[in-house]
Design a protein around this ligand. Structure first.
Ligand code: B12
Ligand code: SF4
Length: 552
């Protein structure tokens, strides 16, 4: 039987070394959203969803290796594989090249497959010695390579949405699984790597509400989880599928909690009430810019929309882009102010980045605007731009981005405070006599009870008087919902102090760069196929290490 190793790129991440940069942290929030929020930054590590999806959908015995060190990768290679698949994005090009060298050196008989967004780097064939390159959707491509039927229905993997999660140094249980309805997006915004990578179209793995619901039920059963992080660029866009999914949830009395990505146009179409019934608790909204309006955002009053969503208990992550083509010193500040004024729970600022395969990249390349000497590992959007901008020097862009994050943080307070506030609003929202919404409301109350333990320490460690006042107000708000703290609740809260204090100290010393754990998961062993058993539980190879990174 064919044996395959599918690997993410290797760590450590977020450090300056021969293969990476300290600004390219392998975290969503701490890198791109709450990065300047000190000890209040949310800390998550996510597995490589694409690799798990691929492994679940081929018959070969496949091992998925998430976040190895180089030594662990070499040790794995020595076990003997027919193929090694390496998944990488453009900023991790050097890591992928190093891994291909290691395969040639330690497992010369093994064939190398490259996949993921990095594969559109021009002339990749000449830059990395590989046997196969998969550009675009991978499941059907891989099945073809292995001589399997590419048209078989897609099986959904049972993967948790995160490998680890913590708030203010307190470990939180991972309660959500990932659900991948499809890949790509037809909107083709000029800068968007995801849309262009999948040929400017949406490729559905689960075309109907029925198929998606069945996949969710299966994952729920296998992982025992009833929350889903829906990994789909614009989940609400397929309205018919969403409505049917909701109908089935209601028919089967499912009260799942969902996190989704959505453009404003589709929220406007389906309405916030539908999101409440659907169980949406977190929504990623592409705002991009006040002036450069993409079709998806025409005529949207973002401030009102964010307030409406938060009042419904839905946390909003609003993302904006800096150094857009029209930005000058005045308009960039206008956009930073605009993003700040939305008062979303989270704000992401990303630098405009011409990524291979996008229209923006082709255009800038043709006009000679790309600074070709910038290495791939520095082209990630959280440090300095890598194109010539008419109004900004490359070297000043790092500082402008940092100040945008700091400004938003100081104006609105830590995102953690805001998400606690949104949860409280969800707990207070009138359910209008709907049993379904009453269950949702109760879930928010339970979450408030859980979050409350930490509010005391928010107050204690708040770095400014304004934030302290915000934490005091939050405490009062929670008391209105939950009543006075009991002795037991107070004891739990005090028990958390050492953890919170340790995180405060680590942050102050610049030692809070957490590395993702290395995890290996096995799929498709023949005996499992025969017995039709779920995949083995992932084996945790290393515990997450604390790495003394440079101060951030
Ligand atoms: C989850 C995610 C992350 C996670 C990564 C978790 C992880 N374990 O790697 C986090 C939040 C940490 C992250 C960070 C970053 N990310 Co990111 N991320 C995503 C996101 C939202 C989803 C990826 C995903 O799971 N998709 C679903 C799966 C099914 O699709 P897929 O991964 O593309 O895999 C399919 C194919 O690509 C292919 N395939 C992939 N690998 C392989 C391998 C083989 C062998 C084969 C055959 C096929 C194959 O088959 C799969 C099935 O079709 C995408 C956007 C998106 N919607 O895709 C951005 C995206 C991948 N990220 C991107 C970027 C730029 C970054 C950051 C640099 C941003 C930043 N500055 O902070 C950092 C880099 C961190 C680092 N140190 O490497 C870009 C990549 C652009 C590019 N051209 O390279 C994307 C496309 C976002 C965007 N639109 O710009 N990210
Ligand atoms: S709507 Fe979002 S996912 Fe779709 S092309 Fe535009 S930026 Fe990309």
């Amino acid at each position: 039987m064919v044996k395959i190793l599918m690997s993410s790129v290797f760590g450590p991440f977020g450090v300056d070394d021969d293969w990476g940069r300290k600004e390219n942290v392998m975290e969503l929030f701490h890198n791109q959203v709450t990065r300047e929020q000190g000890m209040f930054s949310l800390r998550f590590h996510h597995p490589s969803f694409g690799l798990h999806l691929l492994a679940e959908n081929i018959d070969a015995e496949t091992h998925v290796l998430d976040f190895p060190t180089q030594a662990r990768f070499i040790a794995e290679l020595r076990k003997g594989y027919d193929y090694v698949g390496i998944s990488f994005i453009a900023p991790n090009f050097v890591k992928a090249r190093r891994m291909a060298e290691l395969v040639r050196q330690h497992a010369p008989a093994t064939q190398i497959i490259l996949g993921g967004h990095g594969t559109h780097i021009p002339d990749l064939e000449k830059l990395i010695d590989a046997d196969h390159i998969c550009r675009g959707e991978g499941v059907r491509w891989l099945r073809e390579l292995l001589g399997e039927d590419p048209a078989q229905p897609i099986r959904h993997p049972a993967v948790k949405s995160a490998l680890s999660k913590s708030m203010m140094g307190v470990r939180r249980p991972v309660e959500a699984a990932v659900l991948i309805p499809g890949v790509g997006c037809p909107n083709a915004c000029r800068f968007c790597a995801t849309s262009f990578f999948f040929d400017k179209r949406y490729d559905a793995y689960f075309d109907s509400g029925d198929a998606l619901f069945a996949a969710a039920v299966d994952v729920e059963k296998r992982l025992g989880m009833s929350e889903f992080f829906i990994m789909d660029e614009n989940f609400l866009k397929r309205e018919e599928r969403v409505r049917r999914f909701l109908e089935l949830m209601e028919d089967h009395d499912k009260h799942w909690k969902l996190s989704i990505f959505s453009s404003a146009e589709t929220i406007g179409r389906v309405g916030v009430d539908l999101l409440r019934r659907l169980g949406v608790e977190f929504l990623w909204l592409g705002v991009e810019s006040k002036r450069e309006v993409y079709t998806k955002n025409e005529g949207v009053d973002f401030k009102a929309l964010v307030a409406e969503l938060r009042d419904a208990g839905i946390m909003v992550l609003a993302s904006g882009i800096l150094f857009l083509e029209h930005h000058d010193r005045e308009t960039i500040n206008e956009d930073i102010e605009f993003m700040t004024s939305l008062d979303a729970d989270f704000v992401q600022f990303m630098q405009l980045g011409p990524m291979p395969v996008t229209e923006l990249f082709a255009d800038y390349q043709q006009r000679g605007l790309l600074i070709e000497t910038v290495p791939h590992e520095e082209r990630h959007g959280q440090d300095r731009i890598w194109f010539r901008h008419p109004h900004f020097e490359r070297d000043e862009t790092h500082g402008i981005l940092k100040r945008a994050f700091e400004h938003e943080y100081h104006a609105n307070g830590p995102s953690l405070f805001r998400l606690f506030e949104t949860t409280a609003r969800g707990a207070e929202r009138d359910d209008g006599g709907s049993p379904r919404l009453a269950i949702r409301r109760q879930a928010f109350v339970d979450r408030c009870r859980d979050y409350r333990h930490i509010i005391r320490w928010m107050r204690f460690f708040a770095p400014t008087a304004k934030m302290r006042a915000q934490a005091v107000e939050l405490g009062a708000h929670y008391e209105r919902i939950l009543g006075k703290e009991t002795l037991l609740q107070r004891a739990v809260s005090y028990a958390l102090f050492p953890l919170v204090a340790a995180e405060a100290l680590r942050t102050r010393m610049g030692w809070n760069m957490y590395q993702p754990p290395t995890v290996i998961s096995t799929f498709g062993r023949p005996e499992r196929a025969l017995a039709n058993e779920p995949a083995a539980a992932p084996e945790l190879c290393l515990t997450p290490g604390l790495l003394a990174g440079p101060p951030r």
